[in-house]
Design a protein around this ligand. Structure first.
Ligand code: UD1
Ligand code: PEP
Length: 430
Protein backbone atom coordinates (compact mmCIF):
# COMPACT_ATOMS: atom_id res chain seq x y z
CA UNK A 1 0.00 0.00 0.00
CA UNK A 2 1.36 3.44 -0.95
CA UNK A 3 2.16 5.75 1.96
CA UNK A 4 3.11 9.32 2.70
CA UNK A 5 6.03 9.37 5.12
CA UNK A 6 6.68 12.54 7.09
CA UNK A 7 9.57 13.30 9.39
CA UNK A 8 8.17 16.07 11.58
CA UNK A 9 9.77 19.23 12.90
CA UNK A 10 10.42 21.47 9.89
CA UNK A 11 9.07 25.02 9.41
CA UNK A 12 7.39 25.72 6.10
CA UNK A 13 8.49 28.79 4.13
CA UNK A 14 7.90 30.14 0.65
CA UNK A 15 5.11 30.32 -1.92
CA UNK A 16 2.59 27.70 -2.97
CA UNK A 17 -0.06 27.95 -5.68
CA UNK A 18 -3.62 26.84 -4.97
CA UNK A 19 -5.29 24.96 -7.84
CA UNK A 20 -8.77 25.32 -9.30
CA UNK A 21 -11.51 24.30 -6.86
CA UNK A 22 -12.63 20.67 -6.83
CA UNK A 23 -16.10 21.64 -5.60
CA UNK A 24 -16.50 24.22 -8.37
CA UNK A 25 -15.15 22.18 -11.26
CA UNK A 26 -17.23 19.04 -10.57
CA UNK A 27 -20.68 20.70 -10.92
CA UNK A 28 -19.35 22.82 -13.80
CA UNK A 29 -18.23 19.72 -15.73
CA UNK A 30 -21.73 18.31 -15.13
CA UNK A 31 -23.21 21.60 -16.38
CA UNK A 32 -21.38 21.31 -19.72
CA UNK A 33 -24.10 18.72 -20.55
CA UNK A 34 -26.59 21.62 -20.71
CA UNK A 35 -25.00 23.01 -23.91
CA UNK A 36 -26.70 21.39 -26.90
CA UNK A 37 -24.17 22.81 -29.33
CA UNK A 38 -20.62 24.13 -29.29
CA UNK A 39 -17.73 23.21 -27.04
CA UNK A 40 -17.19 24.33 -23.46
CA UNK A 41 -13.59 25.13 -22.57
CA UNK A 42 -12.73 25.13 -18.88
CA UNK A 43 -9.37 26.43 -17.66
CA UNK A 44 -7.65 26.22 -14.24
CA UNK A 45 -8.98 22.65 -13.99
CA UNK A 46 -7.13 20.70 -11.26
CA UNK A 47 -5.75 17.26 -12.18
CA UNK A 48 -7.61 15.45 -9.40
CA UNK A 49 -8.89 11.87 -9.23
CA UNK A 50 -12.44 13.29 -8.88
CA UNK A 51 -12.05 15.35 -12.06
CA UNK A 52 -10.98 12.23 -13.98
CA UNK A 53 -13.99 10.37 -12.55
CA UNK A 54 -16.36 13.15 -13.64
CA UNK A 55 -14.72 13.11 -17.11
CA UNK A 56 -15.38 9.35 -17.20
CA UNK A 57 -19.04 9.93 -16.28
CA UNK A 58 -19.35 12.30 -19.26
CA UNK A 59 -17.41 10.05 -21.67
CA UNK A 60 -19.68 7.19 -20.62
CA UNK A 61 -22.76 9.11 -21.82
CA UNK A 62 -20.89 9.73 -25.11
CA UNK A 63 -19.93 13.38 -24.58
CA UNK A 64 -16.58 14.27 -26.16
CA UNK A 65 -14.09 15.07 -23.36
CA UNK A 66 -10.49 16.21 -23.85
CA UNK A 67 -8.18 17.14 -20.97
CA UNK A 68 -4.89 18.84 -21.80
CA UNK A 69 -2.94 20.13 -18.79
CA UNK A 70 -5.33 22.35 -16.85
CA UNK A 71 -7.69 22.84 -19.81
CA UNK A 72 -10.75 20.69 -20.31
CA UNK A 73 -12.92 20.77 -23.44
CA UNK A 74 -16.36 19.16 -23.47
CA UNK A 75 -18.71 18.83 -26.42
CA UNK A 76 -22.09 17.42 -25.43
CA UNK A 77 -23.92 17.29 -28.77
CA UNK A 78 -26.57 14.62 -29.37
CA UNK A 79 -26.94 11.70 -29.22
CA UNK A 80 -26.07 11.21 -25.54
CA UNK A 81 -27.00 8.47 -23.08
CA UNK A 82 -28.70 9.47 -19.85
CA UNK A 83 -27.17 7.08 -17.31
CA UNK A 84 -24.48 7.13 -14.62
CA UNK A 85 -23.77 3.59 -13.42
CA UNK A 86 -22.77 2.38 -9.94
CA UNK A 87 -19.03 2.17 -10.71
CA UNK A 88 -18.82 5.98 -11.02
CA UNK A 89 -21.26 6.99 -8.30
CA UNK A 90 -19.58 4.70 -5.76
CA UNK A 91 -16.21 6.31 -6.53
CA UNK A 92 -17.54 9.84 -6.25
CA UNK A 93 -20.87 11.05 -4.88
CA UNK A 94 -20.72 14.22 -6.97
CA UNK A 95 -21.63 12.00 -9.98
CA UNK A 96 -25.28 12.64 -8.94
CA UNK A 97 -24.83 16.20 -10.21
CA UNK A 98 -25.45 14.96 -13.77
CA UNK A 99 -29.11 14.27 -12.90
CA UNK A 100 -30.13 17.96 -13.14
CA UNK A 101 -28.53 18.68 -16.54
CA UNK A 102 -29.57 15.32 -18.09
CA UNK A 103 -33.15 15.77 -16.91
CA UNK A 104 -33.27 19.37 -18.18
CA UNK A 105 -31.92 18.48 -21.60
CA UNK A 106 -33.35 15.03 -22.29
CA UNK A 107 -36.23 14.67 -19.81
CA UNK A 108 -34.56 11.58 -18.34
CA UNK A 109 -31.74 10.51 -16.02
CA UNK A 110 -31.03 7.10 -14.51
CA UNK A 111 -28.26 7.29 -11.93
CA UNK A 112 -27.02 4.78 -9.35
CA UNK A 113 -28.20 5.76 -5.87
CA UNK A 114 -25.32 7.13 -3.81
CA UNK A 115 -24.84 5.31 -0.53
CA UNK A 116 -23.53 6.79 2.68
CA UNK A 117 -19.85 7.58 3.02
CA UNK A 118 -17.19 8.05 5.69
CA UNK A 119 -18.63 11.38 6.82
CA UNK A 120 -22.35 10.59 7.02
CA UNK A 121 -25.39 9.10 5.31
CA UNK A 122 -25.72 11.99 2.80
CA UNK A 123 -29.16 11.50 1.23
CA UNK A 124 -30.25 13.34 -1.96
CA UNK A 125 -33.90 13.79 -0.98
CA UNK A 126 -33.72 17.59 -1.39
CA UNK A 127 -32.39 17.27 -4.95
CA UNK A 128 -35.26 14.89 -5.80
CA UNK A 129 -37.94 17.05 -4.14
CA UNK A 130 -36.70 19.97 -6.23
CA UNK A 131 -37.03 17.97 -9.47
CA UNK A 132 -40.53 16.82 -8.44
CA UNK A 133 -41.53 20.43 -7.77
CA UNK A 134 -40.55 21.15 -11.39
CA UNK A 135 -42.86 18.38 -12.61
CA UNK A 136 -40.50 15.38 -12.78
CA UNK A 137 -41.41 11.87 -11.70
CA UNK A 138 -38.88 10.13 -9.45
CA UNK A 139 -38.65 6.34 -9.15
CA UNK A 140 -36.19 4.62 -6.85
CA UNK A 141 -35.49 0.91 -7.32
CA UNK A 142 -32.80 -1.71 -7.85
CA UNK A 143 -30.14 0.69 -6.58
CA UNK A 144 -30.98 3.38 -9.14
CA UNK A 145 -32.86 6.64 -9.06
CA UNK A 146 -34.71 7.36 -12.29
CA UNK A 147 -36.00 10.86 -12.90
CA UNK A 148 -38.27 11.61 -15.88
CA UNK A 149 -40.30 14.50 -17.17
CA UNK A 150 -43.05 14.65 -19.73
CA UNK A 151 -41.70 17.44 -21.93
CA UNK A 152 -39.81 20.39 -20.46
CA UNK A 153 -39.52 20.96 -16.73
CA UNK A 154 -41.70 23.73 -15.32
CA UNK A 155 -40.27 26.61 -13.29
CA UNK A 156 -41.22 26.34 -9.60
CA UNK A 157 -40.80 27.97 -6.24
CA UNK A 158 -38.56 25.71 -4.14
CA UNK A 159 -37.67 26.05 -0.47
CA UNK A 160 -34.78 23.86 0.70
CA UNK A 161 -35.13 22.45 4.23
CA UNK A 162 -31.34 22.68 4.49
CA UNK A 163 -28.96 24.95 2.56
CA UNK A 164 -27.59 21.97 0.61
CA UNK A 165 -24.78 22.76 -1.82
CA UNK A 166 -25.49 19.81 -4.12
CA UNK A 167 -29.28 20.33 -4.14
CA UNK A 168 -28.87 24.04 -4.95
CA UNK A 169 -26.53 23.15 -7.84
CA UNK A 170 -28.61 20.29 -9.25
CA UNK A 171 -31.81 22.38 -9.15
CA UNK A 172 -30.05 25.41 -10.70
CA UNK A 173 -28.87 23.23 -13.60
CA UNK A 174 -32.28 21.60 -14.10
CA UNK A 175 -34.06 24.97 -13.96
CA UNK A 176 -31.77 26.57 -16.55
CA UNK A 177 -33.64 24.86 -19.41
CA UNK A 178 -37.11 24.79 -17.77
CA UNK A 179 -40.19 26.66 -18.95
CA UNK A 180 -40.54 29.74 -16.75
CA UNK A 181 -38.85 30.99 -13.61
CA UNK A 182 -37.56 28.92 -10.68
CA UNK A 183 -36.67 30.39 -7.30
CA UNK A 184 -34.62 28.50 -4.73
CA UNK A 185 -35.04 29.81 -1.19
CA UNK A 186 -32.65 28.89 1.62
CA UNK A 187 -30.16 28.17 -1.15
CA UNK A 188 -26.54 27.37 -0.29
CA UNK A 189 -24.28 30.42 -0.60
CA UNK A 190 -20.88 28.82 -1.20
CA UNK A 191 -18.46 30.54 -3.65
CA UNK A 192 -18.67 27.39 -5.81
CA UNK A 193 -22.41 28.06 -6.37
CA UNK A 194 -21.49 31.50 -7.71
CA UNK A 195 -18.90 29.94 -10.02
CA UNK A 196 -21.48 27.48 -11.36
CA UNK A 197 -23.98 30.32 -11.98
CA UNK A 198 -21.28 32.33 -13.78
CA UNK A 199 -20.58 29.34 -16.04
CA UNK A 200 -24.24 28.69 -16.83
CA UNK A 201 -24.71 32.41 -17.57
CA UNK A 202 -21.70 32.22 -19.93
CA UNK A 203 -23.54 29.39 -21.73
CA UNK A 204 -26.47 31.81 -22.19
CA UNK A 205 -28.37 31.07 -18.98
CA UNK A 206 -30.21 33.59 -16.81
CA UNK A 207 -29.36 33.06 -13.15
CA UNK A 208 -29.33 35.82 -10.55
CA UNK A 209 -28.84 35.89 -6.79
CA UNK A 210 -26.19 33.13 -6.64
CA UNK A 211 -24.17 33.61 -3.45
CA UNK A 212 -27.30 34.80 -1.59
CA UNK A 213 -29.98 32.62 -0.01
CA UNK A 214 -32.45 33.26 -2.88
CA UNK A 215 -31.39 32.17 -6.36
CA UNK A 216 -33.61 32.97 -9.34
CA UNK A 217 -33.30 30.99 -12.57
CA UNK A 218 -35.14 32.07 -15.69
CA UNK A 219 -35.28 29.07 -18.00
CA UNK A 220 -34.00 29.57 -21.57
CA UNK A 221 -34.71 27.57 -24.74
CA UNK A 222 -31.16 26.36 -25.29
CA UNK A 223 -27.56 26.84 -24.18
CA UNK A 224 -24.30 26.91 -26.14
CA UNK A 225 -20.73 25.93 -25.12
CA UNK A 226 -18.57 28.71 -23.61
CA UNK A 227 -15.23 29.38 -21.93
CA UNK A 228 -14.81 29.64 -18.19
CA UNK A 229 -11.90 29.76 -15.69
CA UNK A 230 -12.50 27.80 -12.45
CA UNK A 231 -12.10 29.72 -9.15
CA UNK A 232 -9.31 28.88 -6.69
CA UNK A 233 -9.76 26.02 -4.24
CA UNK A 234 -10.37 27.72 -0.89
CA UNK A 235 -10.09 24.40 0.98
CA UNK A 236 -6.74 23.48 -0.55
CA UNK A 237 -5.58 27.06 0.16
CA UNK A 238 -6.81 26.81 3.76
CA UNK A 239 -4.98 23.51 4.22
CA UNK A 240 -1.64 25.13 3.27
CA UNK A 241 -2.45 28.12 5.49
CA UNK A 242 -2.83 25.77 8.47
CA UNK A 243 0.40 23.96 7.49
CA UNK A 244 2.24 27.29 7.68
CA UNK A 245 0.62 28.22 10.99
CA UNK A 246 1.27 24.95 12.86
CA UNK A 247 4.92 24.77 11.80
CA UNK A 248 5.63 28.39 12.82
CA UNK A 249 6.39 29.21 9.18
CA UNK A 250 5.89 31.98 6.64
CA UNK A 251 3.96 30.91 3.55
CA UNK A 252 2.11 32.82 0.83
CA UNK A 253 -0.71 30.86 -0.76
CA UNK A 254 -1.06 32.23 -4.27
CA UNK A 255 -4.58 32.53 -5.58
CA UNK A 256 -6.18 32.36 -2.09
CA UNK A 257 -9.06 34.87 -1.79
CA UNK A 258 -9.83 36.45 1.57
CA UNK A 259 -13.50 36.86 0.63
CA UNK A 260 -13.85 33.05 0.37
CA UNK A 261 -11.91 32.32 3.56
CA UNK A 262 -13.19 34.86 6.11
CA UNK A 263 -14.37 32.35 8.73
CA UNK A 264 -11.05 30.49 8.72
CA UNK A 265 -8.92 33.64 8.64
CA UNK A 266 -10.79 35.24 11.52
CA UNK A 267 -10.29 32.10 13.68
CA UNK A 268 -6.61 31.86 12.74
CA UNK A 269 -6.07 35.51 13.67
CA UNK A 270 -7.92 34.98 16.97
CA UNK A 271 -5.51 32.11 17.70
CA UNK A 272 -2.46 34.34 17.12
CA UNK A 273 -1.62 33.61 13.48
CA UNK A 274 -0.75 36.50 11.14
CA UNK A 275 -2.76 36.50 7.91
CA UNK A 276 -2.30 39.35 5.43
CA UNK A 277 -3.52 39.94 1.89
CA UNK A 278 -0.77 40.26 -0.72
CA UNK A 279 -0.96 41.16 -4.40
CA UNK A 280 -1.12 37.46 -5.30
CA UNK A 281 -2.87 35.75 -2.39
CA UNK A 282 -2.71 35.37 1.38
CA UNK A 283 0.46 35.36 3.50
CA UNK A 284 0.45 33.38 6.74
CA UNK A 285 3.06 33.95 9.44
CA UNK A 286 3.23 32.30 12.81
CA UNK A 287 5.59 31.98 15.74
CA UNK A 288 3.93 28.69 16.62
CA UNK A 289 2.60 30.20 19.90
CA UNK A 290 -1.17 29.77 19.60
CA UNK A 291 -4.27 30.41 21.73
CA UNK A 292 -7.01 27.78 22.14
CA UNK A 293 -10.44 28.49 20.63
CA UNK A 294 -13.77 26.89 19.65
CA UNK A 295 -15.33 26.44 16.23
CA UNK A 296 -18.69 25.27 14.93
CA UNK A 297 -19.02 24.16 11.30
CA UNK A 298 -21.85 25.79 9.34
CA UNK A 299 -22.90 26.34 5.75
CA UNK A 300 -21.05 29.23 4.06
CA UNK A 301 -20.24 31.92 5.19
CA UNK A 302 -19.81 29.94 8.44
CA UNK A 303 -16.76 27.83 9.22
CA UNK A 304 -16.46 25.16 6.46
CA UNK A 305 -16.84 21.53 7.45
CA UNK A 306 -14.16 20.73 4.83
CA UNK A 307 -11.62 22.59 7.04
CA UNK A 308 -12.74 21.00 10.32
CA UNK A 309 -10.15 18.22 10.56
CA UNK A 310 -7.24 20.43 9.42
CA UNK A 311 -8.31 23.05 12.02
CA UNK A 312 -7.98 20.37 14.70
CA UNK A 313 -4.20 20.26 14.09
CA UNK A 314 -4.01 23.98 14.90
CA UNK A 315 -5.98 23.32 18.08
CA UNK A 316 -3.70 20.41 19.00
CA UNK A 317 -0.78 22.82 18.76
CA UNK A 318 -2.48 25.58 20.82
CA UNK A 319 -2.05 25.29 24.61
CA UNK A 320 -5.34 24.76 26.45
CA UNK A 321 -8.85 23.47 25.72
CA UNK A 322 -10.49 23.89 22.33
CA UNK A 323 -13.79 22.53 21.08
CA UNK A 324 -14.98 21.61 17.59
CA UNK A 325 -18.70 21.20 16.92
CA UNK A 326 -19.73 19.61 13.60
CA UNK A 327 -23.23 20.59 12.51
CA UNK A 328 -23.12 19.89 8.75
CA UNK A 329 -22.39 16.14 8.69
CA UNK A 330 -23.48 13.74 11.43
CA UNK A 331 -20.37 11.55 11.42
CA UNK A 332 -17.30 13.54 10.45
CA UNK A 333 -15.02 12.58 13.33
CA UNK A 334 -13.38 9.37 12.07
CA UNK A 335 -9.99 11.14 12.12
CA UNK A 336 -10.18 11.61 15.90
CA UNK A 337 -9.10 8.01 16.58
CA UNK A 338 -6.26 8.40 14.10
CA UNK A 339 -5.08 11.62 15.81
CA UNK A 340 -5.20 9.71 19.12
CA UNK A 341 -2.65 7.22 17.77
CA UNK A 342 -0.37 10.25 17.54
CA UNK A 343 -0.79 11.06 21.26
CA UNK A 344 -3.49 13.68 20.65
CA UNK A 345 -5.56 14.40 23.76
CA UNK A 346 -9.09 14.57 22.41
CA UNK A 347 -12.48 13.09 23.11
CA UNK A 348 -15.77 12.97 21.27
CA UNK A 349 -18.90 14.16 23.11
CA UNK A 350 -21.94 13.91 20.81
CA UNK A 351 -21.41 16.26 17.89
CA UNK A 352 -18.41 17.94 19.55
CA UNK A 353 -14.78 17.06 20.10
CA UNK A 354 -12.89 18.36 23.14
CA UNK A 355 -9.23 18.95 22.41
CA UNK A 356 -6.55 19.45 25.04
CA UNK A 357 -3.79 21.14 23.06
CA UNK A 358 -0.13 21.80 23.71
CA UNK A 359 0.96 18.15 24.15
CA UNK A 360 3.64 16.90 21.81
CA UNK A 361 2.30 14.77 18.97
CA UNK A 362 4.15 11.53 18.27
CA UNK A 363 4.77 10.12 14.80
CA UNK A 364 2.70 6.97 14.15
CA UNK A 365 1.09 4.80 11.47
CA UNK A 366 -2.31 6.30 10.63
CA UNK A 367 -4.85 6.02 7.86
CA UNK A 368 -6.75 8.62 5.92
CA UNK A 369 -10.41 7.98 6.74
CA UNK A 370 -11.69 10.59 4.26
CA UNK A 371 -10.23 13.27 2.02
CA UNK A 372 -9.79 16.08 4.55
CA UNK A 373 -8.94 13.67 7.38
CA UNK A 374 -6.06 12.44 5.22
CA UNK A 375 -4.80 15.98 4.67
CA UNK A 376 -5.11 16.74 8.40
CA UNK A 377 -3.08 13.65 9.36
CA UNK A 378 -0.31 14.75 7.00
CA UNK A 379 -0.42 18.18 8.71
CA UNK A 380 -0.19 16.52 12.14
CA UNK A 381 2.83 14.59 10.85
CA UNK A 382 4.57 17.89 10.05
CA UNK A 383 4.65 18.81 13.77
CA UNK A 384 4.93 15.34 15.32
CA UNK A 385 8.06 14.02 16.96
CA UNK A 386 9.51 11.32 14.69
CA UNK A 387 8.04 9.59 11.66
CA UNK A 388 4.36 9.47 10.62
CA UNK A 389 3.16 7.14 7.88
CA UNK A 390 -0.22 7.92 6.32
CA UNK A 391 -1.98 5.24 4.25
CA UNK A 392 -5.25 5.06 2.19
CA UNK A 393 -3.95 7.83 -0.04
CA UNK A 394 -6.73 7.53 -2.63
CA UNK A 395 -8.78 9.78 -0.36
CA UNK A 396 -6.16 12.54 -0.53
CA UNK A 397 -5.82 12.17 -4.33
CA UNK A 398 -9.52 13.04 -4.70
CA UNK A 399 -8.86 16.62 -3.61
CA UNK A 400 -5.17 17.58 -3.61
CA UNK A 401 -2.88 17.90 -6.64
CA UNK A 402 0.71 16.92 -5.75
CA UNK A 403 0.16 17.50 -2.02
CA UNK A 404 3.50 15.94 -1.13
CA UNK A 405 5.50 17.80 -3.80
CA UNK A 406 4.04 21.13 -2.72
CA UNK A 407 4.77 20.55 0.99
CA UNK A 408 8.28 19.38 0.15
CA UNK A 409 8.93 22.53 -1.90
CA UNK A 410 7.96 24.54 1.22
CA UNK A 411 10.58 22.70 3.30
CA UNK A 412 8.77 19.67 4.74
CA UNK A 413 10.64 16.37 5.08
CA UNK A 414 8.04 14.29 3.27
CA UNK A 415 7.95 11.51 0.66
CA UNK A 416 5.29 9.49 -1.10
CA UNK A 417 6.47 5.92 -1.45
CA UNK A 418 5.23 2.68 -2.96
CA UNK A 419 4.34 -0.30 -0.78
CA UNK A 420 7.78 -1.86 -1.23
CA UNK A 421 9.57 1.41 -0.45
CA UNK A 422 7.29 1.91 2.58
CA UNK A 423 8.31 -1.53 3.93
CA UNK A 424 12.00 -0.79 3.42
CA UNK A 425 11.61 2.55 5.22
CA UNK A 426 9.71 0.88 8.10
CA UNK A 427 12.52 -1.69 8.55
CA UNK A 428 15.10 1.07 8.51
CA UNK A 429 13.36 3.03 11.26
CA UNK A 430 12.68 0.08 13.63
C1 UD1 B 1 -18.61 18.08 -4.43
C2 UD1 B 1 -18.97 19.05 -3.35
O1 UD1 B 1 -19.24 20.21 -3.62
N1 UD1 B 1 -18.92 18.61 -2.10
C3 UD1 B 1 -19.19 19.51 -1.01
C4 UD1 B 1 -20.68 19.64 -0.82
O2 UD1 B 1 -21.20 18.34 -0.61
P1 UD1 B 1 -22.78 18.10 -0.70
O3 UD1 B 1 -23.33 18.90 -1.81
O4 UD1 B 1 -23.00 16.63 -0.70
O5 UD1 B 1 -23.23 18.69 0.70
P2 UD1 B 1 -24.66 19.27 1.12
O6 UD1 B 1 -24.51 20.74 1.34
O7 UD1 B 1 -25.68 18.82 0.15
O8 UD1 B 1 -24.90 18.53 2.50
C5 UD1 B 1 -25.07 19.22 3.72
C6 UD1 B 1 -25.94 18.40 4.64
O9 UD1 B 1 -27.23 18.29 4.08
C7 UD1 B 1 -27.65 16.94 4.05
N2 UD1 B 1 -28.49 16.72 2.86
C8 UD1 B 1 -28.05 17.12 1.64
C9 UD1 B 1 -28.80 16.92 0.51
C10 UD1 B 1 -30.05 16.28 0.66
O10 UD1 B 1 -30.79 16.07 -0.32
N3 UD1 B 1 -30.47 15.90 1.88
C11 UD1 B 1 -29.72 16.11 3.01
O11 UD1 B 1 -30.12 15.75 4.11
C12 UD1 B 1 -26.33 16.15 3.97
O12 UD1 B 1 -26.48 14.82 4.40
C13 UD1 B 1 -25.44 16.97 4.88
O13 UD1 B 1 -25.66 16.62 6.22
O14 UD1 B 1 -20.95 20.50 0.28
C14 UD1 B 1 -20.46 20.01 1.54
C15 UD1 B 1 -20.89 20.97 2.62
O15 UD1 B 1 -20.26 22.17 2.49
C16 UD1 B 1 -18.94 19.84 1.46
O16 UD1 B 1 -18.48 19.22 2.63
C17 UD1 B 1 -18.54 18.99 0.26
O17 UD1 B 1 -17.13 19.06 0.08
C1 PEP C 1 -16.53 16.02 1.54
C2 PEP C 1 -15.84 16.45 0.49
O1 PEP C 1 -16.11 16.17 -0.81
P1 PEP C 1 -17.26 15.26 -1.45
O2 PEP C 1 -18.54 15.97 -1.26
O3 PEP C 1 -16.86 15.26 -2.89
O4 PEP C 1 -17.20 13.92 -0.77
C3 PEP C 1 -14.66 17.34 0.65
O5 PEP C 1 -14.24 17.93 -0.37
O6 PEP C 1 -14.14 17.48 1.76
Amino acid sequence: MEKIIINGGYKLNGNVKAEGAKNAVLPIIAATILAENGTSTLTNVPGLADVYTMNDVLSNIDAKVEMDGDTLKVTAEEPLKTEAPFEFVTKMRASVLVIGPLLARFGHANVAMPGGCAIGSRPIDLHLKGFEAMGAKVTVGHGFVEVESNGRLQGASIYLDMASVGATENIMMAASLADGVTTIENAAREPEIVDLADFINALGGKISGAGTSTVTIEGVASLTGAEHAIITDRIEAGTFMIAAAITGGDVTVEGARLTDLRALVSKMREMGVGVTETATGLRVTSTGALTATDIKTLPHPGFPTDMQSQMMTLMLKAKGSSMVTETVFENRFMHVDEFRRMNAMMKIEGRSVMIEGGHELQGADVKATDLRAGAALVLAGLIADGVTRVSELYHIDRGYVDFVGKLKALGADIERVSEVEARIAETATV
